[in-house]
Design a protein around this ligand. Structure first.
Ligand code: PRP
Ligand code: GUN
Length: 185
């Protein structure tokens, strides 16, 4: 058996809980209502931004009571680190995007380079109608593309490294049902 690295449990034990599962649930319910008002009846494709968008996408789509397709794209720039670097596109959307209504779902809008690249790609592919949902907006003045703001934001957090509900600490704790900040970060 490969052991879990030593600091993983300690990071959770010492973390500050920023949002509980029930607070997140309330935020997702509100997002689902806003999204439904905007794209119900538009035959959308919902793209989860892997890996972090997985948990929010799963919760969110069960609250959208109209026909839609679910898919994924994979763009990453943190690679299990706590600082982002160059964006690596691991999987572009497989579907034709032209003239479609698209909902991009991700866990966190931090510096915004990831979302900026995804929006640029969607525009190049001539999407019909583009919407972006994120669970968390991290508040600071380092946004790479201040012109891009997600249409649907669940919660806002201080400028700390966070994990849980899809977000990882060194690849772990995406499964945590709340949102936590690493002690000292
Ligand atoms: O706003 P930014 O500063 O660009 O950061 C946001 C992105 O960072 C995380 O992805 P990450 O690269 O860690 O990959 P992951 O989804 O596999 O965790 C997160 O899921 C967002 O996609
Ligand atoms: N897990 C995690 N991923 C991120 N990607 C960008 N910011 C963050 C963060 O605070 N936590």
């Amino acid at each position: 058996m490969t052991p879990v690295p030593g600091d993983i449990q300690q990071v959770m034990d010492e973390a500050d809980c920023l949002f509980s599962e029930s607070q997140i649930e309330v935020a997702i319910d509100r997002m689902a209502k806003e999204i439904s008002n905007d794209i119900s009846g538009k035959n959308p494709i919902v793209f989860s931004v892997m890996n972090g968008g997985l948990v929010l996408t799963g919760k969110l789509v069960t609250k959208l009571g109209f026909p839609l397709e679910v898919s994924y794209l994979h763009a990453t720039r943190y690679r299990n680190e706590t600082r982002g670097s160059e964006l690596d596109w691991k999987a572009f959307p497989a579907q034709q995007l032209k003239d479609r209504t698209i909902l991009i779902v991700d866990d966190i809008y931090d510096e915004g380079a990831t979302l900026g690249a995804i929006v640029d790609h969607c525009r190049t592919e001539q999407v019909g109608d583009l919407h972006v949902a994120v669970l968390l907006n991290k508040l600071h003045d380092r946004k790479a593309r201040p012109d891009i703001l997600p249409d649907y934001i669940g919660l806002e957090c201080e400028d700390r490294f966070v994990f849980g509900f899809g977000m990882d600490y060194k690849g772990y704790w995406r499964n945590a049902p709340g949102i936590y900040a690493v002690k000292g970060m």
